[in-house]
Design a protein around this ligand. Structure first.
Ligand SMILES: Cc1cc2nc3c(=O)[nH]c(=O)nc-3n(C[C@H](O)[C@H](O)[C@H](O)COP(=O)(O)OP(=O)(O)OC[C@H]3O[C@@H](n4cnc5c(N)ncnc54)[C@H](O)[C@@H]3O)c2cc1C
Length: 512
C-alpha cells in the first residue's frame, strides 16, 4: 500500500515537472509565479496621458489600482508635449467666440481623411466624442488654456486649444494631482519586463513582472493589466525595420523612454498589432537638434492665421494647412535645408504669446527684424547644423507679397490653401519673424490592436482576457498619419475607457 502511494506521488511529480518543462520550453513563455509579491485589481503600466487617465478612472470606478512607471518621474512623451489639444467644443466655446463653428462629425471626418481612411472609425469616434469630456474635466481640475483656438494642419476647423504654458506638462500636472488625490500609488523607477498569461498564447493575463533597483517583483492584477507604455519613435532599430525610408540623419522629438518594449511584450503573449510602418515626422522641429521645443509648436498653430512656410530659396513649397506627412515630405523635397515659418507681429498673440516669442529670440530659435530685407539678412547670417543658406531677398519679398494678395482674395492658386480672410493676416507690418524648422521622427501611429472597448485582440482576432491598452502603444486610431493635437484626446479618452473597462467590465458612455 505504502509503495503504491509512493509510486503515485513520484508519477505525479514527474508529470508536473514535465508540464512545467513544457510550459517553460515554449519560446518566450514564463509560467505565472506560484505566489505574487503584490496584488491589485488593476495594474496600469506607463504614466503618460493614457496611463494617468486609466489609473484615475479605474480608481474612480472603485478598483484597487497601481500605476507603474519605469522612469524616475511620470510623464513620458506627454510631459514634453506641445500642449495643443483638439476638441470640437468645450465649456469655454472658444471657436464659437471666434465666429467659427465645428461639429463632432467634422472632427471625425477630418481625422479619418487625415489618416487616409485607414483609422478605425469606432476608435476615432471615441477620440472625438470623448475629447470635450476630458478637456472639461481637466479645466474643472485647474487646467488653464490660452484664449485662442487654432486651425492646425489637416483640420478643417478652428478646434485646437493650447494650454497656458504651451506644454503637455500643464496637463500631466493636473492629471497627476487627480491621481494622487484619488489615492492611486505610483511606483517610479519600476520597469515592466514581462506580462504573465495563464498559458502560452492562451488564457487570461494575470499580472506583470517588474524590475527595480531592489530586484524583480511579481505584481498580480486580478481584474486587468492596462498597457499605456507609449510609442517606439526613440527605438532606432524598430523605426529602421518599420520605416527604412527614414534616413539616419533625421532627428527624433521623443523622450528617451519611447522605446516600445511594451509593444514587444504584448506581441510575445499573442497580441495582434497593426500600422507599425506608419511613422510620422514632425515637420517643424529645431533643425539643429531635431527636438520639438516650444518654438517648434508655433508653426503648427500658424496656418489658419496666415503664417507662410518658405524654403531656403525664399519660396513657398506647400499648402501650410496640409497634414504633417504632406508638410514633412514637401520640406524634405524642398531643394534645401532647412525651411522657415514666417509671420508678422500681428500674428504673435494668435500663434503664441509675446513673452514666449521674446524667449525664443533670446534663445536664437526665432529671428526678428523690422523689415523683410533685414529678416533675410539674419536668416542668411545664421548657420543650421553648421550649414549656411543663401536665400535671395527678391524671391522672399515676392513670395510674401504674393501671399498677401492671396489672403486678400481668399484663394491660394499655388497650393490651394484654405483661407478664412477674417482670421488670416497679411504679412505687412513689422517686426517680422522667422523660425527655422526641419522634419524629425515624432509619432508611431501603429501598435497593439484594440477593440473600441480598449480590449487587446490576439492574432486570431479574439480578445485577450485581462489585457487592455490605450495611447500611443495602440494602433488603428490615426491611420497612416496623426493630425496635430489629436494625440492628447486619443490617449486620455482611451485611457478613460481602458481604466473603466478594467475596473468594471463596461465602458463609459461618451455620446450625449
Ligand atoms: C515633443 C512632443 C510634442 C508633442 N506635442 C503634442 C501636442 O501638442 N498635442 C498632441 O496631441 N500630441 C502631441 N504629441 C504626441 C503625444 O504627446 C503623445 O502621443 C502622447 O504623449 C503619448 O502618450 P502615452 O500616454 O501613450 O505615452 P507616454 O506619454 O510616452 O507615456 C508612456 C509612459 O510609459 C512608460 N513606460 C514605457 N515602457 C515601460 C515599461 N516597460 N515599464 C514601465 N513604464 C514604461 C514611459 O516611460 C512613459 O512614461 C507630442 C509628442 C512629442 C514627442
Amino acid at each position: 500500500m505504502q509503495r503504491k502511494v509512493l509510486s503515485g506521488v513520484v508519477a505525479l511529480v514527474v508529470v508536473l515537472s514535465m508540464v512545467g518543462m513544457a510550459l517553460a520550453a515554449q519560446p518566450g513563455f514564463i509560467p505565472p509565479p506560484d505566489s505574487w509579491d503584490e496584488t491589485y485589481e488593476v495594474v496600469v503600466v506607463g504614466g503618460g496621458f493614457a496611463g494617468l487617465s486609466a489609473a484615475y478612472f479605474a480608481k474612480k470606478a472603485g478598483a484597487d489600482v497601481v500605476l507603474i512607471e519605469k522612469m524616475p518621474f511620470v510623464g513620458g512623451n506627454s510631459i514634453i508635449n506641445g500642449g495643443i489639444y483638439a476638441a470640437y467644443t468645450s465649456k469655454l466655446q472658444l471657436a464659437e467666440k471666434q465666429g467659427e463653428s465645428d461639429s463632432p462629425e467634422q472632427h471625425i471626418a477630418d481625422t479619418i481623411a487625415g489618416g487616409d481612411f485607414m483609422g478605425d472609425p469606432a476608435l476615432v469616434e471615441n477620440l472625438v466624442y470623448g475629447s470635450p469630456i476630458i478637456l472639461d474635466l481637466l479645466l474643472d481640475n485647474g487646467l488653464q488654456v490660452r484664449p485662442v483656438v487654432a486651425r492646425v494642419g489637416g483640420h478643417s476647423c478652428f478646434r485646437t486649444y493650447t494650454t497656458i504654458n504651451q506644454t503637455g506638462a500643464d496637463i500631466v500636472a493636473v492629471q497627476k494631482k487627480m491621481v494622487d488625490e484619488a489615492g492611486v500609488p505610483v511606483f517610479l523607477n519600476t520597469k515592466m519586463n514581462y506580462i504573465y498569461r495563464e498559458k502560452p498564447m492562451e488564457g487570461r493575463v494575470l499580472g506583470i513582472r517588474v524590475e527595480t533597483a531592489q530586484g524583480e517583483r511579481n505584481i498580480r492584477a486580478t481584474k486587468g493589466v492596462v498597457l499605456t507604455t507609449g510609442g517606439f519613435a526613440n527605438n532606432k532599430e524598430m523605426v529602421k525595420v518599420q520605416a527604412p525610408w527614414i534616413s539616419d540623419d533625421v532627428g527624433c522629438t521623443n523622450h528617451v523612454g519611447a522605446t516600445g518594449e511594451g509593444l514587444i511584450l504584448a506581441k510575445q503573449l499573442g497580441a495582434n498589432t497593426l500600422h507599425e510602418c506608419y511613422v510620422q515626422l514632425y515637420p517643424f522641429a529645431d533643425p539643429d537638434t531635431g527636438i520639438l521645443d516650444a518654438a517648434a509648436v508655433v508653426p503648427c498653430n500658424g496656418p489658419g492665421f496666415g503664417m507662410v512656410y518658405v524654403n531656403s530659396e525664399g519660396k513657398r513649397y506647400v499648402d501650410e494647412g496640409e497634414r504633417r506627412d504632406v508638410n514633412s515630405m514637401a520640406a524634405l523635397n524642398s531643394g534645401g535645408f532647412p525651411t522657415f515659418s514666417i509671420f508678422s507681429d500681428e500674428m504673435v498673440d494668435l500663434c503664441s504669446t509675446r513673452e514666449d516669442i521674446e524667449k525664443f529670440i533670446k534663445q536664437g530659435r526665432c529671428l526678428v527684424a523690422d523689415t523683410l530685407e533685414e529678416l533675410v539678412e539674419k536668416i542668411n547670417a545664421r548657420t543650421y547644423r553648421g550649414q549656411k543658406v543663401n536665400m535671395p531677398v527678391e524671391n522672399f519679398i515676392a513670395t510674401i507679397r504674393q501671399h498677401n494678395e492671396y489672403i486678400e482674395q481668399g484663394v491660394d492658386p499655388d497650393f490651394g490653401k484654405k483661407i478664412e480672410p477674417n482670421l488670416a493676416k497679411k504679412i505687412e507690418v513689422g517686426p517680422f519673424y522667422a523660425i527655422p524648422q526641419w522634419p524629425s521622427v515624432h509619432h508611431t501611429m501603429g501598435g497593439v490592436k484594440i477593440t473600441p472597448r480598449t480590449e487587446v485582440e490576439d492574432i486570431w482576432g479574439n480578445v485577450i482576457p485581462g489585457l487592455f491598452a490605450a495611447g500611443e502603444v495602440t494602433g488603428g486610431v490615426h491611420g497612416t498619419n496623426r493630425l496635430g493635437s489629436n494625440a492628447i484626446p486619443d490617449c486620455a479618452v482611451h485611457g478613460m475607457i481602458a481604466g473603466t473597462m478594467a475596473a468594471t467590465g463596461q465602458p463609459p458612455v461618451l455620446k450625449k
